[in-house]
Write a protein of this length. Structure first.
Length: 64
């Protein structure tokens, strides 16, 4: 349904990390989840939700 990456964000990642680290301590392994890209739609049984982090891997969950 959606396919996007950090280059499509309003604020770039360095700006987001700077802001977040100003209000909390970021630890190794923390994940910063950002907003929803264009094209959001309803999920239905059998749909896969994937998060792909370059150089790390893919987290894939199926809607049941």
């Amino acid at each position: 349904m959606q396919n996007s990456n950090t280059s499509d964000l309003i604020f770039d990642m360095p700006k987001l990390v700077q802001f977040i680290s100003g209000v909390m301590t970021l630890e190794p392994g923390d994940v910063i989840a950002t907003s929803t890209p264009r094209g959001v739609g309803p999920l239905k049984k059998g749909d896969a939700v994937e998060v792909d982090i370059e150089g790390i891997g893919v987290l894939r969950n199926f809607v049941v």
